[in-house]
Design a protein around this ligand. Sequence first.
Ligand code: H79
Length: 485
Amino acid sequence: MLISDLYAQKNYARPKITPSKIVEIKYGPLVRPHRSDKAMEDFRNYGLGQFIHWGLYATVGNEWEGHIHRGAAEWIRSWGGPSAPKDWAKIYDNLYKKFDPKGFDATKWAKQAKAMGAKYVIFTTKHHDGFALWPTKFSDYNISKSAYKKDIVKEVVDAYTAEGIDVFLYFSVMEWNNPNYMGGSPVKQEDKKKFGEFLEYTRNQIFELLENYPQVKGLWFDGTWDQSWVSAYQYTYQLEKDIRSKYPNLIIGSRFRNDEFGKRHFDSNENLMGDYEQVWERKLPKDVSWLGGNDWEAVMTITPSDWGYTKNWDNKYIKTTNDIIGLMMKSVSMNGNFVLNFGPDGKGNMHAGEDKIAKELGEWMDVNSEAVYGVRHADDFPDNGYGYYTKKGYQLYLTIFNRPIDNIVRIVVPEETKDVPASVSLLLDRQTLPVKKAEIGYDVDTNSYYDIMLPETLKTNLPFVIKINLTAKTQKGEKSSKANM
Ligand code: H79
């Protein structure tokens, strides 16, 4: 069983693509689906991205004085209960003073991401702890007050842009240590005032980021599920409108805001509330029908559920490079981007395990990336047990994870499919593989079959890609007539 299929076992958040009844919505989507501008077309073609979670949590690596925090590493500030150190939140909120990542080299990260094959990066400007990695004018809890002082967001944006990698900024709305923030919908006058100030502050920070770093292609919002934010739908509607009118090419996913009925990601009529579907965090859709034709992206951790730096990887399942290739190929085969997370340590170095995966994935991409970039779902070829199809015009790719025991890969061509395999090659060494039509002669079966012979000499423990050049069907009535019994 491929991990990429396991990740889709739960019937999680599948959109009801057709609503049962239409309701009138005032604060619904501000963009039409399927934007056709260049920025959005680039997004559709990225294939592979990198997520970076970096912040104060990186300095502790999910442990403190020998005690291991059991939750996600980037959530360590919310450590509570008997295992938590005394006055933990206070200790955490002072970590910034000593934050001084001596080994941080944004160019080194960007070059590694490029070698891995990432076409875009999503970088945490501020996580739920509220600490800003840029020198924001709107809060003192920011990088300029740390020992490091320099603008980390700028270093990252510049370095990745220089490598030709598009930059998206992650921004958590939710802030644990902000006295004006609250989880519940404000009721008392005093709370309304406080949360109103929080909304202004959020708006200011968003515009500040967009002004500071004009190269940015998109914003990746998070922590937008609390009732305080959900109930501020009038404010967030106007905010999105203002952002989009000033930055029309900016890409914003469906996690930013909700309609007046509290519906998130999809409004009460099941219409997408953003440029792409942003629910696929540590899970994948079961099959392409779950996406309803929307653009989307999957974001994934290497450990089971940590996004921030985790010092100790023992006793956790660590996804293998093959697991990751499976998740990536399944995503791109369904028209999505796959974004792999990295959580550098407090000095700015990647975990050794991340370095290993980046290298192995990069080597795989060096050979096979044409099956990843700019591809689409192969609508005309049914899912198969060998692996995943991706398609670009007349080129069909099949990434094989389950190699057949007899080395014969049988391609199913349904009757309505207009194209058939003409020639086949192996991306691994570009050798041509024999392909021939197989007349199975099974009555009532309207499919055609094409058999591709894998070389006996092919020895690899990695998934591999066969590239199938398609040609239009020429003969009519290819199938022998049905037996009349
Ligand atoms: O930054 C990483 C995580 O720290 C962050 N998103 C990724 C990219 C993240 N924060 N929280 N979560 C992921 C999971 C949150 C789950 C819950 Fe809820 C929040 C459970 C209850 C509140 C949202 C609303 C999900 C279920 C209900």
